[in-house]
Design a protein. Structure first.
Length: 536
């Protein structure tokens, strides 16, 4: 709050009466339009002695005053409306009346569907004026419709035969006609083979599409302010792809800056916009999976599965961060790419070459490729007559995760990094373990969540710069979170529970807030569940 001593401001002699400067000098703050004509940085009041402005003092006991809090806060109400109209019909059955196979009757399903999706978001006028979140939030709306026809078949070839407990395959196909992206096809084939009851093999190959949603297509250009560490700064230009130095030289020279001495002139957040993209097309995925399921008869209650997957995603729809946008601009084969088109730099002047704005929008990037293994183990068994134990382990190993921003660019290897192109960690190993012991009305649960240590920085950041930071800071430590919960059924309608998350109070790594774990730390909770009455 721009506050002054009234006496000091008017006469040069302090009198201890602290007031808003705009009350004494209505011209002190210049008119600065934000998003719409008539909107200025005074907000929703008219400067002058009768404005009602109350200075806010954040220091000292009892501060700020309630009057100051009331002046700078308000309740904003946004209204969102989502609509969906669906008309669908299907027919399913089997061909048993015509013929049967050794494994049974051939099953089928066919159908058609029409959907219309719509959404409308109306922010509070204060949000639209930019008074509440430090940026302007605009109304948004959009809709699309789609016609679809589909079919599916299941063919049981063999069943209950020697070395063929089950052998079957299936297929499915769907044709869609979107009002936004046009016509698309999706299809899959799959198969199951169980030589004996204890072992089952399964495999799938599928080609699928995802059409852009309403938000990705139609969101308006809302303001945002973000920090960007310029990749063309002399301290960063050697840290990216092999093309970064040449691309930065081209950008900076065109802006009138010397690429050999360029220093990022920005020390504060940079204004930009985040918007939808009506030119999006559908993304296409090709997925191959193969796995095995074990249910050994000699160990009742045990089920284990292992599945290998290989997914190639083309024209993937993603919205990169402002920092990644700036990096990808200069880490492509040339600067003639969709990322540079959304970064603006100052031409000429003292800050020539500096980033002055950006546009974040979903784009159809070249492709993703991921490959790995997922596994699950469930084991339930009784202990005596009253106790029961359930063990569950779910995990995965990430073998590959690459991202290519545009054709001809160097692949970005996001495997085992803390901040992948999608924003979250992509560890090589991921494990979740749960153990539950139930003894009459008492239930005790223990949980363990783990993922391995990950690279703190993108590989593109540290390529060619082994001393970017001290070696000990190149990796973030692993996540190892332990949880315990106890619950007790007092009767069939009343249950109480108590638990603790992050039992050993693991903290985020150095200079991190949420990685590899939330900064909340260890916390306890307790509660009760009451079943008031049967609904039916």
């Amino acid at each position: 709050m721009d506050a002054v001593d009234e006496g000091q401001f008017l006469t040069g002699t302090p009198n201890g009466n602290i007031v808003c400067r705009s009350n004494l000098d209505p011209t002190a703050l210049p008119f600065q339009p934000l998003a719409s004509p008539g909107i200025n940085n005074f907000g929703s009041f008219t400067p002058g002695p009768n404005s009602g402005c109350v200075p806010l003092n954040p220091f000292g006991e009892g501060s700020p005053s309630q009057q100051a809090i009331d002046w700078v806060t308000l309740t904003s109400i946004a209204r969102d409306k989502l609509t969906q109209h669906v008309v669908s019909g299907s027919v399913s059955g089997d061909l048993g009346g015509l013929f049967s196979l050794p494994g049974g009757d051939v099953g089928y399903a066919i159908g058609a569907e029409y959907r219309r999706e719509g959404s409308k978001s109306t922010p509070d006028p204060a949000d639209t004026a930019g008074f509440t979140f430090n940026n302007v939030l605009l109304p948004s709306k959009g809709h699309y419709d789609v016609w679809e026809i589909f079919g599916e078949i299941n063919v049981p070839l063999l069943k209950d035969r020697p070395f063929a407990e089950e052998l079957s395959f299936g297929g499915a196909v769907r044709y869609s006609d979107y009002s936004t992206v046009g016509s698309t096809w999706t299809w899959k084939v799959d198969g199951v083979y169980a030589p004996i009851r204890d072992v089952r093999f399964r495999a799938t190959y599928a080609e699928a599409v995802r059409a852009p949603n309403i938000s990705e297509l139609f969101d308006p250009a809302n303001q945002t302010f973000l920090f960007i560490d310029d990749p063309c700064d002399v301290n960063n230009v050697n840290n990216g792809a092999s093309t970064r130095r040449a691309n930065c030289a081209a950008l900076l020279t065109a802006a009138g800056a010397d690429p050999n001495t360029f220093r990022d002139p920005n020390s504060a957040s940079i204004p930009g916009v985040q918007t939808g993209n009506p030119d999006l097309t559908e993304e296409t995925a090709k997925t191959t999976t193969a796995g095995i399921v074990l249910q050994p008869r000699f160990l009742p209650g045990l089920t284990a599965s292992v599945d290998w997957y290989n997914i190639k995603l083309k024209s993937a729809i993603t919205t990169v961060t402002a920092q990644r946008l700036a990096d990808l601009c200069v880490d492509q084969a040339t600067i003639d790419n969709q990322f540079c088109a959304n970064i603006t730099r100052q031409v000429g002047g003292a800050n020539a070459g500096g980033i002055t704005g950006f546009t974040l929008l979903p784009q159809n990037v070249a492709n993703f490729h991921t490959r790995g293994v997922d596994f699950t183990v469930n084991y339930q068994f009784a202990v005596g007559e009253a106790d029961r134990i359930a063990l569950n382990l779910v995990g995965g190993y990430l073998d590959k995760l690459t991202f290519i921003g545009s054709p001809g660019a160097d692949p970005s290897n996001d495997r085992n990094v803390a901040q992948s192109v999608n924003g979250g960690p992509a560890p090589k190993w991921l494990l979740n373990f749960d153990a539950t012991w139930k003894h009459g009305p008492l239930t005790v649960n223990y949980g363990f969540n783990y993922f391995g240590k990950t690279l703190r920085f993108l590989r593109s950041t540290t390529t060619g710069d082994d001393d970017y930071v001290e070696k000990k800071y190149f990796h973030l430590k692993s996540k190892q979170e332990h949880e315990i919960q106890l619950s007790y059924d007092i009767n069939e309608r009343f249950n109480v529970y108590f638990g603790v998350n992050n039992l050993f109070d693991q903290k985020p790594d150095f200079a991190e807030v949420f990685l590899p774990i939330s900064g909340v730390g260890r916390y306890f909770y307790a509660g009760a569940k009451v079943k008031l009455a049967d609904i039916f």
